[in-house]
Design a protein around this ligand. Structure first.
Ligand code: ADP
Length: 628
């Protein structure tokens, strides 16, 4: 450990964040106080937990609390806690770098547009650095619990590119953050202003927050907040605003949550939970490794952040607190994993979240906001949580041919409500994007009969459809599969009979394309297109195949089935073609086009272009020409 004063540079990401934050959060500048009090409260929480193993750390100063001092003359605001504190290394690490993975990519999304950037930064969480919105210099003094007075450290920065650290002597345990306010920010040295802000933002903090006006005549100190952890209060005592503020404290998000649910469970298992559905996805929602989970307390003692054992992965967007009366205070992550109590709490909390969502679904517009942000993650639940399949199914939303819009806003019940009388299936199509889905030849016959099809374009949808399998007794059917079971009419019913009628043509095409297709059938699903390809019933869907291959899996080769539309003029031309070479070329082109239409890559694009060019030239001149 060095005693010298050292000057260090901020990590690049911190520098960028500081710049952006000062610029884009200016209209929300007062949030810095919430962030600093939140950190102080976390520090007190951590010490109370560590003190279970090291009671002496707490001994000389056992009343945990947060003190705020304002000094109008000096234009300073200081937030002091007697929590866990930081060592020199911790200070350098915590206040010089950003540990969240994906930060660099996140920062790239910033545009310079204040509103847009403020929203993004809100989802990212700003924390300590927000002090620089109102201060042109910040001094942090800290002494780690368990370390000597001489091991205390001072950190100081003007928020430009650098900070300094030096060892100091400090009697008190914990951290003191002093903001040297910018010239035009002296309002934050006014005790009345600060008192109002503490009440607004930090009333729910479970430690006393006191305020001293050291610049004033009588430097009296008074406790300003109610100092009871919010979830321990009864529901009827807590206002909506308090619930919202508490959400911001635990989530570091600064938009309001969509919904919450606060419950005390009594009886065999005793615990309190307060669960929130955020309004916006955090920046790292897609990172399945990112920290997630609830804040765990045992009898009001904070135990850990991100206790992921209390909810399944597909509900990783839920934020909140769970406070158990039964778990041992020394519970560890490992113990949580093995504890059967936790499994049953997890089941109960999962049901609780699904109930919140069910209620939310009653408000179409609000539910849509939820779905747009979290729908894709939520869908993982079909695969992960088969036990709740029925509840999950009701909460799914889809884009369908009925609305034609890309927005996933139709439920399976909406679909069933529009089903045709003799329709005993739910039809869906898998495609890479909405445009491909809606233009797919596979929909033609269904569309002409007014049968609705779900348009599934998220990567996870193939697994969702498979896991769902059926809804209200109606099977889900992929319209690009060999056996498409439609409410049939007349002669379309019997595939064998249909094939029999056109056997000569089918055999001739099959012979030409034998290396590329397993079979050629007369199609029952086409109206306007000459052909389409379908997967045989035991084969992988081509979407899934492409995804698996992209992820590096080696799969056995598979060939599709070609279906032709015998009512289409191009197929008529094929059947009348006497020249074998031209018949071959046209057959290949028909197959290539069917592949392109479903978004599949061609095995040999150059060959296709060559064939097509020859064909076009022949068509133009009406002459025979030998392909080169
Ligand atoms: P976040 O709180 O989201 O982690 P911050 O930038 O606010 O991000 O803080 C970074 C880290 O610095 C915290 O995670 C914590 O470890 C440490 N820290 C900040 N303030 C304090 C404090 N008052 N006491 C102890 N540690 C602190």
């Amino acid at each position: 450990m060095s005693d010298k004063r050292e000057t260090l540079g901020f990590q690049t990401e911190v520098r960028q964040l500081l710049q952006l934050m000062i610029h884009s959060l200016y209209s929300n500048k007062e949030i810095f106080l919430r962030e600093l009090i939140s950190n102080a409260s976390d520090a007190a929480d951590k010490l109370r937990f560590e003190a279970l193993a090291h009671p002496d750390w707490l001994a000389d100063d056992p009343e945990l609390g947060i003190r705020i001092e304002v000094d109008k003359k000096k234009k300073t605001l200081t937030v002091i806690d007697n929590g866990i504190g930081m060592s020199r290394d911790e200070l350098v690490e915590n206040l010089g770098t950003i540990a969240k993975s994906g930060t660099a990519e996140f920062l790239k999304q910033m545009t310079g547009d204040k509103k847009h950037d403020a929203r993004l930064i809100g989802q990212f969480g700003v924390g300590f650095y927000s002090a620089f919105i109102v201060a042109d210099k910040v001094t942090v003094e800290s002494r780690r619990a368990g370390l000597d007075a001489e091991a205390a450290v001072r950190w100081e920065s003007e928020g430009q590119g650098e900070f300094t650290v030096e060892n100091i002597e400090r009697k008190e345990r914990g951290t003191q953050v002093t903001l040297h306010l910018k010239k035009d920010q002296s309002e934050f040295a006014e005790s009345l202003r600060i008192q109002a802000l503490i009440r607004k933002y930090s009333d729910h903090i479970g430690f006393p927050v006191s305020l001293t006006d050291t610049g004033g005549k009588d430097a009296e100190t008074k406790v300003v907040n109610s100092a009871t952890a919010l979830w321990t209060r009864s529901r009827s005592d807590v206002t909506d605003d308090e619930y919202r503020e508490f959400y911001k404290h635990i989530s570091h998000d600064f938009s309001d949550p969509l919904r919450w649910s606060h419950n005390k469970v009594e009886g065999k298992r005793e615990y309190t939970s307060l669960l929130y559905i955020p309004a916006a996805a955090p920046f790292d929602l897609w990172n399945r490794e990112a920290p997630r989970g609830l804040k765990l307390y045992v009898q009001r003692v904070f135990i850990m952040d991100d206790a992921e054992q209390f909810l399944p992965l597909y509900l990783r967007f839920v934020k909140g607190v769970v406070d158990s009366s039964e778990l041992p205070l020394n519970v560890s992550r490992e113990l949580l994993q093995q504890n059967p109590e936790i499994t049953s709490m997890r089941n109960a909390l999962t049901r609780r979240v699904l109930d919140i969502l069910k209620k939310l679904a009653g408000k179409k517009d609000e539910y849509q906001k939820f779905w747009n942000e979290f729908g894709t993650v939520f869908k993982e639940g079909l695969v992960e949580d088969q036990a709740n399949k029925d509840k999950l199914a009701k909460l799914l939303r889809f884009a369908t041919t009925h609305t034609g819009s890309e927005t996933q806003d139709q439920s399976l019940d909406d679909y069933l409500g529009r089903c045709q009388e003799d329709q005993d299936k739910i039809y869906y199509i898998l495609a890479e994007g909405h445009a491909t889905a809606i233009a797919s030849p596979h929909l033609e016959q269904l569309r002409s009969r007014g049968i609705e099809v779900l348009l599934l374009t998220d990567r996870i949808d193939a697994w969702v459809a498979e896991a769902l399998a059926e809804y209200e007794g109606k099977a889900l059917v992929d319209v690009a599969r060999e056996a498409l079971d439609m409410p049939e009419k007349g002669e379309l019913k019997d595939q064998d009979k249909l094939n029999e009628t056109h056997k000569a043509l089918l055999d001739r095409i099959q012979e030409v394309l034998s290396s590329r297709v397993t079979a050629v059938n007369v199609s029952r699903r086409l109206v306007n297109s000459p052909a389409c390809v379908v997967a045989s019933d035991h084969d992988l869907n081509p979407q899934v195949r492409r995804m698996l291959e992209a992820s590096g899996q080696a799969l056995p080769e598979s060939k599709p089935i070609l279906e032709i539309n015998v009512g289409h003029p191009l197929v008529t031309r094929l059947s009348e073609e006497t020249d074998d070479r031209r018949f071959g070329a046209l057959s290949e082109i028909v197959l290539d086009h069917a592949l392109l239409a479903e978004g599949s890559p061609l095995p040999n694009p150059a060959e296709y272009v060559q064939r097509m060019n020859d064909y076009l030239l022949n068509a133009e001149h009406g002459a025979d020409s030998e392909p080169a």
